[in-house]
Structure formats: structure tokens, C-alpha cells
Design a protein around this ligand. Sequence first.
Ligand SMILES: [Zn+2]
Length: 405
Amino acid sequence: MLCLRMVVLVALAAGCAHLPACPGRGGPRWSEWSSPHFRLLTDVEDDADAETLATQLEHFRAAIMAAAWRDVPEAGEPIEVAVLGSTSEADVFLPPHAEGLFFPYLGTGIVVVPATTRMERENVLKHEIVHALMRQLDLDRNAPLWFNEGMAMYLAMTSYEESSVEVTFGAPAPKALRLVEYRGLYPWSDLWTAPTNSNDHARLEATSWLFVHYLFNHERERFQRFQAGLASATDAKLLWARIFPDLATPEAFDRTLGRYLRGGAYAMYKARIPRPHFNFGTRPVPDAEVHALRALLCSMAKDHNDDAPALLQWELAQSLRQDPLNLRARMVERLFMRENVADLDTAQALTSKHPLAWQAWLVLAAAHGSRRDGKEFGVALERARALGFRGGAPTPTFPNVASPY
Ligand SMILES: [Zn+2]
């Protein structure tokens, strides 16, 4: 499940995608900004810009948690966000027509956007952050695409007033509104399956935005129950029909949403939500980590960028040459690419160097698993789970990165 924010109207010409040099060869400097809920990795070299972005991530999260998920408990590890210095750099990794993306893997994931996306001005980054939060809060697991995309689009319109604690929710998403006005509602029956082309995807997103907007404004209580039920639902459409028996047919959907669309009153509401206070940790990102991050991002680009597999191998080799125990690089090598999985020495060295990282224990579990050391496999997997690993257990075909759950 790749969650894409599609460009609705204009497809930019492809072919100008390229990566700048790495920091070790005179390329842009990378920095990491750690806040309570995020880890921002960026080659935006202007520190003031990077700090603003990192601050806005926390502000945005505080606002939407208060609006949408007030009673949901705090979740584990920080969300990783890679903000790439230019669109041509981001285009190496993003699918055609995608402005940003949340790439889920191993029960976690990373948000990838170009730096032209500024939090307050554009909603691409916000949209992908909502996807990441839903993954972290386990809300997206059994959810239909319309729910995931509608929530992301609705909540991405959340904004703080310039210099107050007042937050506005529910502002109309202009592109979505235009699209659904001109092209009509996406059919109810198709809302529950993933479309195969980008036109339909854009239509589904636009209709989903309108649907979620309606539900937030007119059906908040039942919508909450639907959300709460998703985690344990085997069939989201059945769950829906149980909670919304009066809104579970194409006719009822067309009638209700059609009226909402023609009514044209998209109520916004405001709330006062204190901006969180917090400290940053910041550090330069070493060259080996930049290469490992690029390797990870290449692995999500394999389906649409023919150069990605070769680039992945190259980035991985650069990272491991400089730091043989780089956690991210070993994770990509062993868990994504299934190379050198049985090498126990390196896996054990990884857990010694990173004893609190579930990724290291998962690499060790995979090594034991491939050697059929059943007992040691179980112990390492337990350790990974205790440290926050939330994906499925390594199996002989583990993991299918494209569909991680
Ligand atoms: Zn999305």
C-alpha cells in the first residue's frame, strides 16, 4: 500500500530526475532534527528553514490529534520524514505524478516529500503525515482506501492561525472540490476497491474528501464508531453497513453526498489548541547514513524507476563500505533484498552495537530463521517485538515489502 498524493491537473514532464552528490563528495549537507514525535532528515541546507519545518510538524500533529484522535493513546517511535532538497531529487524516488508519499514497511514507514512543500503553504506534507499517523495508530490496517485518503485530505486542510493558538479544521480542499464538481461523485461500489489508474485515483480521492467532510460535520458519532471498529474488522464494508444501514447503497450515497455537494456549505470549525513546547536534538547526518537512506528510498522506487535497482545496490555498497554496521543499510540488505541473510556474525554485531533497535533484532531473527535455529529465532523476534517491531514475523518469503501487512 503506497499512499500517494497525486497531482490532479498537471503532469510534469519526466526525465529531469537526478540525485545531487552525497555529502562525502561535496554534495549538500544533510541534517537530522529530532522532536518528540518526528525525526526529520533533510538536505535543505538553510537551518532556519529546516527548523521551521520541524516545528510545524509538531504543531500540525498536536492540532489533528486534538481534532480527530483525542482519546487515542500515544504511539511508540517517532515518525521519520525525509524532506529532499528539490523536486528533481524527489522525482528519483516518487512515482510519476506523485507529489509526496508515505512508504510503509515492516509495520512502520517513512514520509518522503520535496522541500518545495512548505507545511503552512501546501498540504502534501500534511497529507502524508496523516497517513503516517494512521499507520502508527493502527487505524489504516483494515481501512478502505476512501477512508485513508479522505481522512488524509480532510485533515491536511488543518491550519494554525499565524500567531495564535486558534486552529481551523474542515477548510474545503480546492482541487478536490473542483474535481468532484466537474467529474461527479466516484461510484459508491468502486469506493471500496483500489483504482488501477491515476485518473480514477484522483476522482476517488476527491469524492473521499467530500465524504469524510460530510461525516465529520454530520455523522461524527457514528463515524467515530466506524473508526474504532476498523482495527478488529475483517470486512470494512460489512462494518459500515452495520453502523450506517441508511447509507450503504449507491442510491443513498448519491442522494446524501449529492445534496451535500449542491448545498455547497462546507462548515469549518475553529478550536483553541495550545501549541506544544518542545526541544530539538539536531545533528549532521554522516555520509554512510545518507547512502543508507537513499537505498531505502530506492527500494520503494523499483516498480516505476528502471534505474532504481542498480542505484539501490550502489547506495547500499557506499553505505556499508563506510559503516559495515549501519542499521538501515543492513535492514535494507537483509530484510528487503534478502541478501546475506544467513550471516550470523554481522547480525550479532548489529545487536551489540544497537541493542535497543528492533531492526537489529529482526535482522538477527531473519539470520536464525534462515539457518532453521527455531529457538534463537523466537528469542530474537520476541526481543524485536518488545522493542517496538509491529510487523509480521519473518518467514521464508518475508518480507514482501510492497504489501507489508
Ligand atoms: Zn494519500
